[in-house]
Design a protein around this ligand. Structure first.
Ligand code: SF4
Length: 453
């Protein structure tokens, strides 16, 4: 089966199933120590993205803006950009500023590398200035995320003495996922540079006093040493499918071997991740992780009768959808609709490869989808449940089926930043939630309200 474009070329997007690229870049810059995200464009871009991130992560998120006016749109925004960089340097004293250019600056063809070089030459000793072009019409928030990761690596990774550490490029996951990945890598005795690491900066502890920036993030020193790592683990099938990633750049320019893997969501993909850690470390999987795996398999047996044959619609970020499809396939749930707002040729083959038990006549895969096209497909396919971010709520409500909230954004519940998707532990959490959600629905709609199911 081929992926179907959700809307023919030339038609409008109706309720986008994606966010704009600068948002992904801002998340990456938020995960670097002492780095301030900065949007070169109109004020509204920064306000919208800040609002969007704050209501998911429930943390203060500072994003500076060059605040284009009508005049800047015609004559260029260099003056604003340089004034903004000077202000941010004075106010925050950062070691780095991540500048993402938004639709407006890209459309007028602003020569941002030249402006940044001029500013750096006039302000020696100032923060490192990283530029990532991120117009929303050239990709989604996940594209902006991966592009920013590559730009950060290109900017900082310098020739260095080879060392035993590994690089881990996790993709756009929750802070809880990042914490668990670090825990897993550490369990094998491996030193790791995680990029980005917003596990604290976007899910921090309460402050005793006001701080200008959130403590935490990948240090600039660690970024510089990425070129000497023994390998780079790159998670996610869609960035891994092209050679334009940070891991590919490190391999080409610094001979750091690249290990592309799927997101470790579900049993099989986590097994692959753990196997890679075993190979890299030369150590066997620790007993407590093996027991976690054993409990997960045992729970699959316990809960199988409640979920087998159920139909699921899932949509959101491409790699999370691929990982969740794999998990659902393992537990006997049939993903009948797998959709993403991103346009990736690798998406459909990766979904199909994740499904051993799918009926191709009863499976719809949509790329470049909006919520209107997803809803139209779901009305035909009649799923028993929906897995998506909070944008899936109207559809689940219309269909009268439960919504299992996953990924990003989660705007109608708290704790989106603490959702765990990865590892055996993440699969356990998702499986228990899925089974219990279906049981709850059965119980609530039963005439007698059995308490023994
Ligand atoms: S779509 Fe473009 S103009 Fe609109 S908020 Fe995103 S970056 Fe800014």
């Amino acid at each position: 089966m081929k992926a179907q474009p959700a809307t023919p070329p030339g038609t409008v997007t109706r309720n986008a199933c994606k966010v704009c690229a600068p948002l992904g870049a801002c998340v990456v810059f938020s995960g670097i120590e002492d780095c301030v995200p900065f949007l070169h464009g109109s004020q509204g871009c920064a306000t919208y993205i800040r609002r969007y991130l704050i209501s998911h992560f429930r943390e203060p998120v500072d994003i500076a803006s060059s605040s284009f006016s009508e005049e800047d749109t015609i004559f260029g925004g260099a003056r604003n950009l340089r004034a903004g960089l000077a202000n941010v340097t004075t106010q925050y004293g950062p070691r780095a500023i991540g500048v993402a250019t938004t639709c407006l600056a890209e459309t007028i063809g602003e020569d941002v590398p030249r402006i940044l070089a001029g500013h750096a030459a006039d302000s020696p000793g100032g923060p490192a200035l990283i530029h990532v072009p991120a117009p929303a019409y050239a990709g989604t928030h996940t594209d902006g995320f991966h592009r920013a990761v590559r730009r950060v690596v290109e900017h900082f990774a310098a020739p260095c003495t080879p060392h035993a550490g590994v690089n881990l490029l996790p993709g756009f996951l929750s802070p809880e996922d990042l914490r668990h990945l670090k825990e897993l890598v550490a369990a094998f005795g491996l030193a790791c540079t995680l990029l980005p690491d917003y596990s604290d900066t976007l899910d921090g502890a309460a402050w005793a006093e006001y701080l200008r920036g959130q403590p935490g993030g990948t240090s600039l020193e660690a970024l510089q040493r990425m070129s000497g790592a023994r390998s780079t683990l790159e998670l996610g099938r869609t960035p891994g499918a092209d050679r334009d990633t940070a891991a590919a750049w490190l391999e080409t320019h610094h001979q750091v071997p690249r290990i592309p893997l799927g997101l470790p969501v579900g049993l099989r993909e986590t097994d692959a991740f753990i196997a890679a850690l075993e190979t890299l470390s030369g150590a066997a999987c620790p007993a407590d992780i093996q027991r976690e795996r054993g409990r997960l398999v045992d729970s699959f047996v316990d809960g199988h009768k409640y979920v087998f044959g159920r139909r699921a619609a899932l949509f959101g970020d491409p790699d999370l959808v691929i990982g969740l499809a794999s998990l659902l396939d393992e537990i006997g749930v049939r993903p009948v609709l797998c959709a993403t707002g991103a346009r990736h040729q690798a998406f459909a083959p990766a979904v199909q490869a994740a499904l051993d038990h799918a009926d191709p006549t009863d499976l719809r895969i949509l790329t470049g989808a909006d919520h209107a096209s997803i809803s139209e497909a779901a009305r035909e396919l009649r799923p028993d449940l929906v897995l998506a971010g909070s944008k899936g709520y109207p559809l689940a409500r219309e269909l009268g089926v439960p919504l299992i909230r996953v990924g990003f954004p989660i705007h109608d519940r708290i704790g989106g930043q603490r959702l765990l998707h990865v590892g055996y532990r993440g699969a356990q959490r998702l499986f228990d939630q899925l089974v219990n959600t279906l049981l709850e629905r059965r119980q609530d709609t039963s005439e007698t309200g059995y308490s023994y199911l």
